[in-house]
Write a protein that binds this ligand. Structure first.
Ligand code: WTA
Length: 656
């Protein structure tokens, strides 16, 4: 799919060139010197710089001698002859260093239940869980699908899988049975770890039934066992041959587990993400390079001081942010963090801010959509809390509009915290572009500068670097340690999707602009990927779910600007002749929304389904989504002269 012009797809980020800048706070003076040093070191010798990071941030059982092997580009190998154990780096070594009593996780359940888990306890849990997985027949290289709520067992499972050299594939709990099935099949999973259900807004949302349903589907006979955490205490069906309770197996397993070292390029996880086709891509990350950059970025972008910070990233482990900045980055750095199962406002508005106050959170990392939802709820809610421990705020998931940035800083940050706006992707594995605290002067709404060691460049249609003041496509010119190593089962798609648009460059799928001062403003996707509440959704995937419904003849989906979620899914459908007869539009729209929810997951449900007699097509039959986006956003409809039927847009606009 060829990208459209970047200028057509930036909903609400008209860059402001000279936003207010803020001096570094005194907290950061020492770190500023260190961070400036990083820039110099990376500029002097990029590979040596990364090798230094890998050596200083991680413990290697076998030191590597080769930093980067790019001979099989774009399939990189970093630190390939080195050996390490990822879980040991996140756990045992902190205990050995005398920090076993430090809290690793302050867990807060949605209903207010809490658990305080030290590094020594987490290490013990993961050791036992590693034995449990081994007892269930999981070995190095086997795939384990994780379909869990945001509870400590999710973190324990991921680390236990890593510890034994197996590969996890976490599927967000909001995905449907069908999405889960497709991911189990693609990965050829041997084990599925789930829960009876999780807590959400005072009720249990069941998970196990979706696993049961997924496993009745095709291509799932690789699964030998389903391991079930008891959490929701809802009734579940039980298959004695296949299903095992976590608490039974965990108790039976031996407590001690000696971590084995694995080569740095051992696959660590697969994470599926939406692309421009109907089929999600299984992005593959490996061990040494991924952990190096997760730890490096977490340490430097968030200015972490593990001995005193209390860090909280609000992402779910079902997304890459939860992988890199809930599990691997913070734990590799030995940081204390909060893990919260629920939503920002349950059971009372301001629950998030109560959590900040009760644990003394110092660094908060969240998404613009959450900031905008808090803005909408009203500043009196956070203003009734202290929030005085916060000293740094982070943003990720989509471009943060300057209004939300300012509100975040003023109301949550009390005008004293820097905000780091971090750009990265599932494929990049870790943060690539961000301000560095103490070094960069902050600019509301701009992701700003590539981190030391990262060569992010904006290029024009011909792959030439643009000058300050110009826009183009965001690309990465040199390999980086946490880059994806491929797409599971589909190396060709990896090359074609990311490396063929601009030879020798990774093309991120985002449009971006360089301002007069050389800062980067990311403007959002230029392909058919939507960004709803910071979650990637594919127009093609939702369209193919819609046409899978017997009443639908054709469908076109667009992402329309939305005040809270950034973008929202709007679907235009043509019904079959039978379905169209005497149709109840409202009931059919609801049925189709639910249908998408069932096929993909609740997050993909269109905000609006518009039943139309025809779609805006060119004479060659190409659907002009740009015009549909105009209609969905209530704008004046653009140029319709190339349409086969120039009157159709007026009809559609009337139906909105
Ligand atoms: C968008 C999330 C602007 C972008 C970590 C990217 C952003 C996609 C930012 C990746 C940001 C993420 N500013 N846009 N700070 N962060 N994005 O794979 O469009 O879920 O391509 O990874 O989110 O989404 P993904």
């Amino acid at each position: 799919m060829s990208p459209t012009s970047p200028d057509t797809t930036s909903p609400d980020t008209e860059p402001r060139e000279d936003g207010p800048t803020f001096p570094p706070s005194p907290e950061f003076v020492a770190d500023a010197v260190a961070n400036a040093g990083l820039h110099d070191a990376a500029a002097a010798d990029r590979e040596a710089f990364w090798a230094d990071q890998a050596r200083s941030l991680l413990d290697w059982r076998t030191p590597f001698t080769q930093t980067l092997d790019w001979s099989d580009a774009p399939f990189a190998r970093w630190f390939a002859d080195g050996e390490l154990n990822v879980a040991e780096n996140c756990l045992d070594r902190h205990v050995r260093a005398g920090n076993g009593e430090r809290v690793a996780i302050h867990f807060e359940g949605a209903r207010g239940d809490t658990r305080r888990i030290t590094y020594a306890e987490l290490t013990a849990d993961v050791q036992r869980a590693a034995n449990m997985l081994t007892d269930l027949g999981v070995g190095p290289g086997d795939r384990v699908v994780v379909y869990l709520p945001l509870i400590p067992e999710a973190v324990v499972t991921m680390l236990a899988v890593a510890r034994i050299g197996a590969v996890h594939s976490v599927v967000f709990g909001g995905f449907s049975a069908e999405s889960l099935r497709a991911r189990i099949e693609d990965a050829g999973a041997k084990l599925v770890v789930t829960a009876d259900g999780g807590w959400r807004r005072g009720t249990v949302s069941p998970l196990k039934p979706a696993v049961d349903e997924a496993l009745t589907g095709e291509g799932t006979d690789t699964v030998e066992h389903v391991l079930v955490v008891r959490r929701g205490e809802n009734d579940v069906e039980w298959n004695d041959d296949r299903d095992r309770w976590w608490h039974d197996e965990f108790t039976k397993a031996a407590p001690e587990h000696e971590a084995q070292a694995f080569p740095a390029e051992t696959p660590l996880f697969i994470l599926y993400t939406s692309g421009t086709t109907g089929k999600p891509k299984g992005i593959v990350h490996t061990s040494g390079g991924y952990l190096t950059q997760a730890a490096y970025t977490h340490r430097n972008v968030f200015d972490m001081h593990p001995e005193k910070d209390v860090y909280w990233c609000t992402a779910d482990i079902g997304w890459i942010t939860g992988h890199s900045y809930v599990v691997y980055g913070p734990l590799a750095n030995g940081v204390t963090q909060v893990l919260y199962e629920g939503t920002p406002d349950e059971p009372q508005p301001g629950r998030w801010w109560d959590i900040v106050d009760s644990y003394g959170v110092t660094v908060l990392y969240t998404a613009p959509t959450a900031v905008r939802a808090a803005m909408k709820a009203g500043r009196q809610i956070p203003e009734a809390r202290s929030l005085e421990t916060l000293r740094l705020l982070g943003s990720v998931g989509e471009p943060i509009n300057p209004e939300a940035w300012q509100w975040y800083r003023q109301v949550i940050g009390h005008d004293r915290t820097p905000i780091v706006d971090t750009w990265w992707q599932t494929e990049t594995g870790a943060i690539m572009i961000s301000a560095l605290p103490g070094v960069t002067k902050l600019k509301p709404g701009a992701a700003q500068t590539p981190l030391p060691g990262i060569t992010a460049e904006i290029v024009d249609d011909d792959g030439r670097r643009v000058d300050p003041g110009e826009g183009g496509y965001l690309t990465i010119a040199d390999p980086w340690p946490s880059m994806a190593r491929g797409i599971w089962n589909d190396p060709d798609r990896f090359v074609e999707t990311y490396w063929s648009r601009f030879p020798g460059r990774y093309f991120a799928g985002d449009g971006a602009r360089l301002d007069g001062q050389g800062d980067i403003w990311v403007q959002g996707r230029v392909d058919d990927v939507m960004n709803v509440s910071g979650h990637r959704l594919s127009t093609a995937e939702i369209e193919s779910a819609l046409v899978g419904h017997e009443g639908v003849a054709e469908a076109a989906v667009v992402g329309a600007a939305d005040e809270t979620t950034g973008q929202a899914v709007v679907a235009f459908v043509i019904l079959t002749a039978e379905a169209a007869e005497g149709v109840d539009r409202e009931a059919t729209a609801k049925e189709l929304r639910d249908w998408v929810g069932k096929r993909i997951g609740a997050i993909a449900k269109p905000r609006q389904v518009v039943i139309v007699p025809e779609l805006p097509k060119t004479r060659s039959g190409k659907i002009m989504r740009r015009l549909l986006r105009d209609a969905a956003e209530g704008r004046r409809i653009g140029d319709t002269t190339t349409l086969a039927d120039p009157t159709i847009m007026a009809t559609i606009a009337d139906l909105m």
